[in-house]
Every structure is written in C-alpha cells, then in structure tokens.
Ligand binder design. Structure first.
Ligand code: AMP
Ligand code: GLY
Length: 425
C-alpha cells in the first residue's frame, strides 16, 4: 500500500519512520515533510490546505492511505474531503476534531456526559466575564475557545491578569479564536498525557507521556510547544489509566457517537491528576509533538495495521505491544524560541549523535542545503534515546546532545526531572 503522510515536524519524522518500517508500506510520501522524513520516503511539495490538490496527488500516485499529523488540516476537514473522494484517511472528521478546535464544545460535552473536568462558564461579553471572575475569585483560568497556537490559555493569579486576558481575547488579540472565552476553575495536581487510538466505537490505550512546556530549566519562562517529553509517565499507574479509560475516554467516545459525530483517530487527553482523581484539562485530536517522538520508538506492533484498524472500525480485540524500555526526547531549539529566531545556522554532528546505541535524532525544523543541515524554525531537533529507566534514557539523550555542534541552538538540561526523582525514590 502507498501511504501519504501530512505534516513537516518532529512528530511527522517519527511517524514516517514507523510507517516506512511496516511490511504493508510499499511507498511513503510526506507532504511537505523535512530532511528527516526524506530518509524514510519521498517529500512532496503539496499545498495541504488545497484539499483537491491532495486528492489529485493520491489519485495520480495511487495512494491508498493518508495519515494526517497536525491539527490544522483536521479542523479544516481534510479527512472528510479525502473520505468523500473514496480515499482512506486517518484522523477525525472536521466535526469530531472540534474536541481540539473548540474548548467550549469539549466542556459542553464533558458536562453532558459527566466527564470529570474543571467547572466552567462560557462568555462572549467581556463585562459579563469580568463580573463573573470578581464574584468567583482567583486563581482562575481564562481560555480562548478556538485554536490559538499555545497562546490561548492564561492561568491568572490576580484579577488584573484575568481581566487583561479577557480584554486581549474578546478584544480580538487572537483573531476569531478568542471571540468566545471559557473561564474555568483552577485545578491543582501533576499533569500527564494519555493517548487513545479510537475507531468511533472502541478505544485502546496508545501510551502515556509527560512533557515540559516552559522554555527554561526548572519549568521557568514562557510556554512553548514542548521542550522535551518522556514515556511512559509512571505517575499514570495501571489503575489510573483504567480509570481514565472508564471515566474520560469511553464516555467521550459514547458522547461523540450520540451526537452523530463519532471520533476516529488519536485522542490525546491532557490530564490533571488531582486529589479527586484525573480531570480532563484539554483534548487534542492528534498525536502530540514531541510526545510522538517518545511514544512511537516504544511501539513494537505494526503502526500501519493499527491505524488502518482504527479507520475500519476494527479496534475491538486488537492489542498493541509496547517495549518495556523508557524513552526521553530533548528538544533542541534555535536561540530566541519561543520568540523570533534566526534561520539558516549550520548544525553539525547529527551523525555522530546517531552512532550512539538506542539514539534517534528526529528533525523538526531543519533544511537540507546540499550536504549541510541548517536550522529552519524554532524547535529544530528532537534528540531521543531509549533506556531501561527514564534516568538511563535521559543520560543517553544528553550524551547525544553533547555530540551535536550547533552554537546557535539551546536545550533544557533537566528534561524528565520528575521521573528521575521518582526513580531515585
Ligand atoms: P491547555 O492548552 O488547555 O492544555 O492549557 C495549557 C496549560 O495551562 C495546561 O497544560 C496547564 O498547565 C494549564 N491549565 C489549563 N487549564 C487549567 C486548569 N483548569 N487548572 C490549572 N491549570 C490549567
Ligand atoms: N506537546 C503538546 C502538543 O502537541 O500539543
């Protein structure tokens, strides 16, 4: 079978590596891809926002299966258009992707189907929102309803901060995404991510991870797309995972079915582990980046078989095998990230890093220039290692980082600290 993968980041490099390794993958195309994905298939310069162009490409190249990495094409309905054209595609429909695309949609679903999440109210009027907050108190969380590239959530510890967030969002600072806000109760606890593979009816666990969203060591500085991650997340014990499936994932699937928009694809639950049990912070309608870079290297089952089973409604009875090993990835970013960065600096030593056993360097934002690899974005490389424990994976990943010669880049030095402390006991 010929497969087309949509996307261009580190997540897609990890997906490309696992898809290409499948015995059922005869050819892999990646649109637009990056120099890392090019090692596992053929990058194609398709405009993925042009759904007809994607459909035409699939017809001409006889692509039988499309896997969508990022959220934007899902929310734009790429899977719907491919399916209508008779091309099998992995990922939720536009209507089902609202679980990521609209926080208000997800909160209403949680309320209707009794899924544990922070208490909330929806507002389109700034004054009404402010009055509510004055009566409620702080800390409180203000969220833009729509997709806002990580800028849509403000955890406010003062009224001034909360009101500024409301003015910014409802005032148009995030475009249409902020026209409506969700105001919700502040939850206390440790955060962890849980992934489920869903076929509309059945969900099966697809691993756990924890990431580091802040840019600097000690979880300081502004939020980013993620500076590193590790899997598994030991804090999500088997008992807690069973509870997440029962109290959060399964009712969500049932609710989406009841609404006539069954959920197919990866459901990525951001959780707060509170003293009252796991609570849903948010859903993503796709795999995480950089979480995929630690999940897929641990997956021992065939990825193509699993994703096809999800599309075909055939997950019931399927079980996936995971390595006992832990995986940890360190994001190397261009200096200045998450703010403006310079592109074009040369990165040396990737090959030396990859000579280490159990190390994979995923490309996230790079560009090939003849023999040279250049930085081409904010998050540039994801240096990933496997180990018997998170501590061992961490030591190996940082050894690999030390082989990479890139003065214009930086990384956090403490990825995995929570798990390392836990392993020390
Ligand atoms: P989200 O984009 O909804 O995942 O929110 C981004 C981050 O904001 C989360 O990873 C949490 O660290 C924090 N956050 C979101 N909602 C809450 C909440 N209700 N209570 C505490 N922290 C939250
Ligand atoms: N690493 C967080 C995300 O993929 O949304």
């Amino acid at each position: 079978m010929k497969i087309l993968l949509i996307g261009s980041g580190g997540r897609e490099h990890a997906l490309a590596r696992s898809l290409a390794a499948s015995p059922s993958c005869d050819a892999l195309f990646i649109a637009p891809g990056n120099p890392g994905t090019a090692r596992h298939g053929t990058n194609v310069a398709l405009d993925v926002a042009d759904h007809q162009a994607v459909i035409d490409f699939c017809r001409v190249m006889q692509v039988g299966f499309v896997v969508v990495g990022p959220e934007a094409p899902l929310v734009a309905g790429l899977v719907d258009d491919l399916t209508t054209a008779g091309i099998k595609a992995f990922g939720p429909s536009r209507a089902a992707a609202q679980l990521e695309g609209s926080k208000a949609f997800t909160k209403d679903l949680c309320a209707e189907f009794n899924i544990p999440t922070a208490a909330y109210r929806r507002f389109t009027d700034a004054e009404a929102a402010k009055t509510y907050i004055r009566n409620y108190g702080v800390p409180i969380v203000v969220k833009a309803d729509g997709l806002a590239a990580g800028k849509g959530v403000v955890v406010a510890t003062s009224f001034e901060e909360a009101e500024a967030a409301i003015d910014m969002m409802i005032g148009g600072g995030l475009g249409a995404a902020g026209a409506e806000v969700v105001i919700e109760a502040y939850l206390e606890g440790e955060e962890a991510s849980f992934f489920a593979l869903c076929d509309g009816e059945t969900a099966i666990p697809f691993g756990t991870a924890q990431d580091h969203k802040r840019v600097f060591d000690g979880d300081k500085g502004p939020n980013t797309g993620g500076m590193g991650a590790y899997s598994p997340a030991a804090v999500l014990t088997p008992e807690l995972q069973a509870r997440v499936m029962r109290e959060i994932i399964e009712p969500t699937l049932a609710g989406m079915r009841a609404r006539g928009t069954p959920y197919t694809g990866i459901l990525y639950a951001g959780l707060m582990l509170t003293t009252d049990g796991p609570q849903l912070i948010e859903y993503n309608a796709r795999l995480g980046d950089p979480e995929t870079q630690v999940l897929l290297p641990r997956l021992q089952s065939d990825l193509v078989t699993a994703l096809l089973a999800a599309c075909d409604g055939a997950l019931n009875g399927l079980s996936l095998h995971w390595s006992d090993k832990a995986a940890l990835t360190v994001v190397m970013a261009a200096k200045g990230y998450p703010g403006a960065v310079e592109k074009g600096s040369e990165i040396k030593g990737i090959g030396r890093a990859e000579e280490l056993e159990n190390v994979i360097v995923f490309h996230a934002g790079t560009k090939q220039d003849a023999e040279r690899i250049l930085a081409n974005g904010g998050r540039v490389l994801n240096v990933t290692a496997l180990g018997t424990t998170i501590s061992e994976a961490k030591a190996r990943a940082y050894e690999a980082v030390s082989k990479i010669d890139w003065p214009e880049g930086f990384c956090r030095g403490d990825i995995g600290w929570r798990s390392v402390e836990r392993e020390r006991g």
